[in-house]
Write a protein that binds this ligand. Sequence first.
Ligand code: ADP
Length: 193
Amino acid sequence: MKYRSILLFGAPGAGKGTQGKVLGVIPNFFHCACGDVFRNLRADSPLGKTFIEYSSRGQLVPDETTIKLWRQFIEDSTQIGRFHPQHDTLVLDGIPRNVQQAKMLRDTLEVVAVFLLKSVDEDQLIQRIQRRAIKENRLDDANLKIIRERLHVYEQETKPVLKFYGRNLVHRINADQTPAKVLADILRFAAKK
Ligand code: ADP
């Protein structure tokens, strides 16, 4: 059985996490932010160390490690009854993050929509990321050089995922609007799915 899924897509700081959290409280949606799964690891565990090694440079954690951890998280969430694969739609945020991950998940996900949160204003993205750095104490948000590297990784590695799923599934959303308006735009499509 494949997991019915919608993907939140967009550059770091575009607001995927904000939207995902809200969507995740609606019955029959289950939000999974891959970055949060990593951040919940103990920093002194082998996986936690790998995460810090890559994320502190603004780079992606290797695919095998990422997919394995993600599968474990989904299985655990199912076992404890937080995620009900038969009834729930997965709201994925931060995964798949490159074409290889999309291929690895091809037999696992039934992607019904991709929401591309698009910000035209890169300075706004950077400002949001820097504000979050203080609020959430995130190493990878702390300095401009790392933020620029993450934006670069998004352009080079993550954006090609859109092509993998194809135009028909992709809905472009203006991410420079207020969070409530972004949510309204997402729900206009997601509620029908
Ligand atoms: P943002 O939403 O700002 O892009 P995330 O919280 O999603 O940030 O991710 C933070 C970091 O966690 C990434 O820069 C990367 O190092 C790691 N990470 C998260 N998801 C993945 C993934 N699917 N594959 C590889 N690395 C990931």
